[in-house]
Design a protein. Structure first.
Length: 444
């Protein structure tokens, strides 16, 4: 009996000792079953992007960072790009200067490009075109940030007249440039590099180069086309800048910071407005306002036309309030002019930086005939004109003191300016006589 009890206890103890071993198997099995949803849950944030790994464009603090995050055009490692990469890297302050010029405009241009879902690299193109100088003019008469020629400007509805040049209008020229790029992209094989090349040399030249390569069973990408040397540099310049921006940290290359927020706002002007008054009402320096509105050729917006005035964003409401509470007849400043012997309407207009049509309209004249002693209303003072010219030309003022034997021709050659500009700057007529020690204003 004792032996039976002993054996029974032994069996029970043995079973108890084996229980953890046999219990491990279903536990391991359960772990496998239970781990499956856990592993799925770990992948969920990546699949649903609930926790973004990168910032959205608008979340960047700097516009350059915003551009960098969206660069998409492949930059080849070839000699053409390397040449310009080396050039820009050898000028470490270049992009700091560019940033100072681009600061009012770059955020707006980036926004417009993003709206159209176009390559963000296009925002860098004005660096190549004009170095972001809004008054930039080439030796071929191309003008503005995007360097539109007169004919191409008209083709894309950029108005050009005595008062206004749409090629220099930052908003309108950007609209036209992006229209142009989209047109080129559609018509040149949907190749963005070919579209950029066409912006420089024209779609006809690029189109002919593509057709020639097709006929010869050759590739039709930009690198395979035979194009003018200027165009062969134009595209690599852009790609070199994009590549430097992309790797600016590794290259220790500085792009001057530009805040990633709206810098300027548009205020609609529905009657002629004196820019000096607009500057005062906006609490902005006249020169600053003129630099934001480089399309304006004169001292005021055009008569009988609407205009979108670009102002610093924090001053827009003040200007709108002032315009809304002011009679439109007070939007211009005038001075009275007494007609003298020998005066003509055209000469008076030239001396006051306006045109005969404006004077005739303001004075309700039906012809160009004026009489001695007649009182006319004409706009602008010399001080205002100098301010406008300095801002427009981005130049410095030099005062020349007339010495014995001086004449306008010799002075113009000395300073490398035009005689008619000397006359305009100093309110001189063609028969004016220079006086000894007379002070002449010259813009260089």
């Amino acid at each position: 009996m004792k032996k039976i009890v002993f054996l029974t206890l032994l069996v029970i103890l043995t079973a108890c000792q084996q229980t953890p071993e046999t219990a491990v198997k279903p536990h391991v099995t359960n772990q496998v079953v239970e781990e499956t949803p856990l592993l799925k849950e770990q992948h969920v944030p990546q699949q649903t992007a609930q926790v973004p790994l990168t910032k959205q464009p608008h979340e960047h603090e700097d516009v350059w960072q915003r551009i960098r995050s969206q660069l998409s055009i492949n930059v080849p490692d070839n000699a053409a790009v390397a040449k310009w990469r080396k050039y820009y890297l050898s000028h470490p302050n270049f992009m700091v200067t560019i940033a100072q010029r681009a600061e009012p405009f770059l955020y707006y241009i980036v926004n417009e490009i993003e709206k159209r879902d176009m390559p963000i690299e296009l925002a860098l193109l004005p660096i190549v075109e004009s170095a972001y100088l809004p008054y930039g003019v080439s030796n071929k008469s191309a003008a503005g940030l995007w360097q539109f020629m007169p004919v191409s400007g008209k083709r894309f509805n950029l108005e050009q007249n005595w008062w206004y040049d749409g090629r220099r209008d930052v908003v309108e020229s950007t609209r036209a440039a992006l229209d142009y790029f989209q047109f080129f992209h559609r018509t040149l094989g949907q190749d963005w590099l070919n579209a950029i090349a066409a912006f420089n040399s024209g779609e006809g030249r690029v189109g002919r180069a593509i057709a020639k390569n097709k006929k010869a069973n050759m590739a039709t990408d930009f690198w395979s086309l035979k194009l003018p040397s200027e165009t062969n540099d134009f595209v690599p310049k852009l790609l070199a800048i994009a590549d430097i921006l992309k790797h600016s940290k590794e290259l220790d290359y500085t792009f001057g910071p530009i805040k990633n927020s709206q810098a300027v706002a548009l205020v609609t002007i529905d009657s002629q407005l004196d820019l000096t008054l607009a500057a005062q009402w906006s609490n902005v320096e006249t020169k600053k306002l003129l630099q934001l509105n480089p399309a304006l050729n004169r001292w005021a917006t055009a008569p009988d036309r609407h205009y979108q005035l670009l102002v610093p964003v924090d001053t827009a409401d003040a200007l709108k309030d002032k315009l809304g509470s002011t009679n439109k007849k007070d939007w211009l400043r005038w001075q009275r002019y007494l007609v003298k012997s020998g005066d003509s309407l055209s000469e008076i207009a030239a001396n006051h930086a306006t045109n005969t049509a404006a004077i005739k309209k303001l004075n309700q004249l039906n012809s160009d005939t004026i009489r001695i002693g007649q009182k006319l209303i004409v706009p602008l003072t010399q001080t205002d004109m100098e301010s406008w010219l300095l801002a427009k030309a981005n130049k410095k003022k030099v005062i020349h003191t007339v010495t014995n034997g001086d004449n306008l021709w010799d002075i113009s050659r000395k300073y490398k300016v035009k005689v008619r500009d000397l006359m305009r700057w100093n309110k001189l007529s063609s028969n004016s006589l220079l006086q000894l020690r007379q002070k002449l204003t010259i813009l260089l």
